[in-house]
Design a protein around this ligand. Structure first.
Ligand SMILES: *Cc1c(COP(=O)(O)O)cnc(C)c1O
Length: 459
């Protein structure tokens, strides 16, 4: 029996969720064209679609909202956030943005030109899209261990330093405006990056005089894994680990909807004064005056408070413990997952679990739909539908992995919700051979997974 870690909070405000019948869910899913993105949240029992913006705020955050200063310029709330940003990340210069992708838009619109390349361990999809929009080339240089299901390395988010050096040689440093590291690596299983790797990337970047930035959405989860897993860090506080991590970078983009523990918000921070002036000028046009960016004053204080709470080690032990608890229960049922468990989600190898469903009938999407039908649970496919392509001859090219991601909202579900989810998986596993695949009825030209329409494919 997997070890559980008790929730380090009690519940003061409740939001009802309802269990529906399988028959009801069958009708709902059919109406949604077998795409759970098109199902109303009301008809979901446990929602693991995303950990972004789905956190429960604390009593201190709700109280802080009341203190928000909504002055157009120079609001007190900005200076409260600035103090925390300075102390935790060591940055003087930052602008609040409405989300992470707005920070990416402002940064890349300022520094990426046609012919540029931006290396990272792995870009998140909005990061990649914002680089492409500015005619740059995103490079994913994560170490090969990231793709190895059997490898249990502690830091599968690490950048491959050899690949990075080769890219700098190939493109020339003038064509690389920034080197990035995504912590933790969301697109690669929520896997952390080691302090050793952060230091090495910093050394390579700075030797070539290229700025080094974090995509810092899950900075606290990454720091907690460094403390747990990397030699020399067990005696440090998570805050000290965060401070060291950020001492190696020249800037960062962040969606506060993850480790900021808020429902909306983000930021862009830079050390360089000239670059700061440029991003402030652009921010004024597309986000807002630099002391509020794309947010209300009250949002800024909620983030400041969230940054303090997310460092609490009993919270981080519970958070990462939840992922491991459910993940191990699934492993006990013979369900293969990405290992070791990362910071925010369980990633299931659907191609292995539903090996009777061929690629062209979408095994991971079939499991996503079965989870909804059997238990009202919403996960998300990260595989053949999200990344599948056709070559020039019209032949299908499938991604390496066809995964189902169960992303955990922060402080929202309890252990009994996880037990419920494990029970649903147990029932599905018993009858998995009866699960059938799907065929596409409609698809958009890009990012098709959001709006795709499917129909049961039969045998
Ligand atoms: C969520 C996320 C983003 C984008 O942030 P939004 O707030 O959704 O715009 C960028 N990078 C990573 C790694 C993320 O997880």
């Amino acid at each position: 029996m997997p070890k559980y870690i008790v929730e380090p909070f009690r519940i003061k405000s409740v939001e009802p969720i309802k269990i529906t019948t399988r028959k009801h869910r069958e009708a709902i899913l059919k109406d949604a064209h077998y795409n759970p993105f098109l199902v109303k949240s009301e008809d979901i029992f446990v929602d693991f679609l995303s950990d972004s913006g789905t956190a429960a705020m604390s009593q201190e955050q709700w109280a802080a909202l009341q203190t928000g200063d909504e002055a157009y310029a120079g609001c007190r709330s900005f200076y409260e956030l600035k103090k925390v940003v300075k102390e935790l990340f060591g940055f003087e210069n930052f602008i609040p943005t409405h989300q992470g992708r707005a920070a990416e838009n402002i940064l890349f619109s300022t520094i990426v030109k046609e012919g540029c390349a931006v290396p990272s361990n792995m870009h998140f999809d909005t990061t990649e899209a914002n680089i492409l929009r500015n005619k740059g080339e995103p490079l994913n240089l994560v170490a090969d261990k990231a793709f190895d299901f059997n490898c249990k390395d502690s830091f599968k988010g690490d950048m491959d330093i050899k690949k990075l050096k080769k890219a700098i040689e190939e493109y020339g440093k003038e064509r690389i405006p920034v080197i990035m590291l995504t912590i933790t690596n969301n697109s690669g299983g929520g896997q952390p990056v080691s302090m050793e790797n952060i230091k090495e990337v910093s050394k390579v970047a700075h030797a070539a005089k290229i700025p080094f930035f974090f995509d810092a959405c899950r900075f606290a989860e990454n720091a907690y894994f460094i403390k747990q897993r990397e030699k020399g860090y067990s005696g440090k506080t998570v805050k000290e680990v965060v401070q060291e991590m950020f001492s190696y970078v020249d800037g960062f983009t962040m969606s506060a909807k993850k480790d900021g523990l808020v429902n909306i918000g983000g930021m862009l921070a830079v050390r360089d004064a000239k670059l700061f002036t440029e991003i402030k000028n652009l921010s004024i046009i597309i986000e807002g005056f630099p002391t509020y960016g794309g947010l209300a004053g009250r949002d800024l204080v909620a983030i400041a408070q969230g940054f303090k709470e997310v460092l609490d080690e009993s919270y981080l032990a519970y958070r990462t413990g939840q992922i491991k608890y459910l993940g191990e229960k699934l492993n006990d049922l013979g369900i293969q997952t990405i290992l070791p468990f990362g910071g925010h989600a369980v990633y299931i190898n659907a191609k292995h679990f539903l090996d009777h469903i061929p690629n062209e009938k979408f095994p991971a999407q079939s499991l996503v739909n079965e989870l909804y039908l059997e238990g009202g649970i919403r996960g998300v496919e990260i595989g053949n539908i999200m990344f599948g392509k056709k070559d020039k001859q019209g032949k299908d090219i499938w991604p390496k992995l066809d995964l189902v991601r169960l992303a955990f909202p922060r402080r929202v579900y309890t252990q009994s919700h996880l037990d419920y989810v494990a029970d649903v998986f147990e029932r599905i596993a018993k009858n998995k051979n009866k699960i059938k695949g799907y065929k596409i009825v409609y698809q958009a030209p890009s990012l098709r997974h959001f709006t795709i329409k499917l129909a049961p494919a039969g045998n």
